[in-house]
Ligand binder design. Structure first.
Ligand code: SAM
Ligand code: SF4
Ligand code: SF4
Length: 341
């Protein structure tokens, strides 16, 4: 029998509700805002097999997080579909008591092969990343690893497998894909899927982020609204990261994630587990807590719960809210491909 959940809160009264699990650090794309090709070359040292958490370890940790109040898991990476036998892991995570939502974020490249198996394994929801419908622009943003056509094939495979109401993530970088945002909105307007524009973020230290590269949520909204008028919609639930807008003329909506210009730390209930078993309480955290070592040294569930819960209870993170007050951005710890976004 599973023990009674012990819901916990951090120093600002925020519970832990969501766990983002990075299942692998490798990726088949080289998006310059995440894993720039000049840094992540052929000789880059990704984690080896022994360093990655095993399925058993991920399931055990996920179960402990659920006992502390987590009700949602999001699988991410790196590219999660590269992890061998992902559907088997999904099937086990779907069975964990208390889990109401099990989602996955992917670049869609391997969806044609895997969508059906993921659906059958019990995955609830899919988010697909696609930064532009213009192939030239898209290729700049994925390091020339894939075509738009390939991603759309992945999306079709997901639809055929029964995934509905998908999210399409688009990171917006000034002067790179901002002239193609409206096309993307138009393409998905009546599709039942929701494009979510994400302000380009300064995660990690490798993407050379500058505030000048950010197209603000306000600018994104104005561009789309000028062609297809929009109105704001209330959030689906407390702590939803995207601001929602629906089209005035009928079906469809978009989301805008204003992580830079309108931070949402006050509602942030997200914990992150890297593929090496480091636990982070903020996307911008300087340092994670190693959970793999105690797990492999034979720590009991109670000891692990103390460790995980204690870190959350001491949490004071609100990096995005403080960002604008920094005169110089502080050095950050982990990169997006390790934390999974
Ligand atoms: N490889 C998968 C993918 O791209 O969908 C999952 C991992 S990826 C790190 C998760 C999400 O983070 C993607 O939608 C990606 O576009 C977004 N992302 C990565 N780097 C970002 C950055 N610097 N700013 C904003 N979003 C970013
Ligand atoms: Fe890979 Fe996703 Fe990062 Fe692009 S954003 S490099 S697809 S992990
Ligand atoms: Fe949460 Fe950290 Fe992002 Fe704020 S900056 S919303 S605390 S992950």
């Amino acid at each position: 029998m599973s023990p009674t959940p012990q819901a916990i809160v951090d120093k600002f009264g925020r519970p832990v509700r969501d766990l983002r699990i990075s299942v692998i650090d490798k990726c088949n794309f080289r998006c310059p805002y995440c894993m720039p090709a000049e840094i992540f070359g052929a000789d880059y040292n990704f984690l080896n097999k022994d360093e990655l958490l095993t399925d058993d370890e991920i399931v055990r940790l996920a179960t402990l997080f659920a006992q502390l109040g987590v009700t949602k898991f999001r699988l991410t990476g790196g590219e999660p579909l590269i992890r061998p036998n992902l559907p088997a892991l999904v099937a086990r995570l779907a069975q964990i008591p208390g889990i109401e939502d099990l989602a996955l974020t992917t670049n869609a490249y391997y969806l044609p092969k895997q969508a059906q198996a993921l659906k059958e394994a019990g995955l609830h929801r899919l988010t697909i990343s696609l930064d532009s419908l213009d192939n030239e622009v898209f290729q700049v943003l994925n390091g020339r690893r894939a075509t738009v056509e390939r991603v759309l094939q992945g999306l079709e495979a997901a639809e055929a497998a029964g995934f509905t109401n998908m999210k399409i993530n688009c990171v917006v970088k000034k002067g790179v894909n901002d002239h193609t945002l409206v096309d993307l909105a138009r393409y998905f307007k009546d599709s039942g899927h929701i494009v979510r524009y994400i302000e380009y973020m300064d995660v990690g230290n490798l993407n050379g982020w500058k505030l000048d590269d950010v197209v603000t949520a306000e600018e994104i909204l104005a561009m789309i609204d000028a062609e297809m008028p929009l109105e704001p919609v209330p959030p689906n639930y407390e702590g939803e990261v995207a601001n929602r807008y629906r089209y005035l003329d009928g079906e469809g909506e978009i989301g805008i994630i204003a992580s830079v210009t309108k931070p949402f730390c006050g509602d942030c209930t997200r914990a992150r587990l890297s593929s090496a078993g480091e636990y982070y309480t903020c996307l911008f955290a300087h340092k994670g807590t190693d959970l793999r070592a105690p797990l492999r040294a034979g720590a009991s569930d109670d000891e692990m719960l103390q460790r995980i819960g204690g870190v959350w209870q001491r949490r004071t993170d609100r990096y995005s809210e403080l960002r604008t007050s920094f005169t110089r951005l502080p050095a950050k710890g982990a990169e997006m491909y390790r934390l999974g976004g």
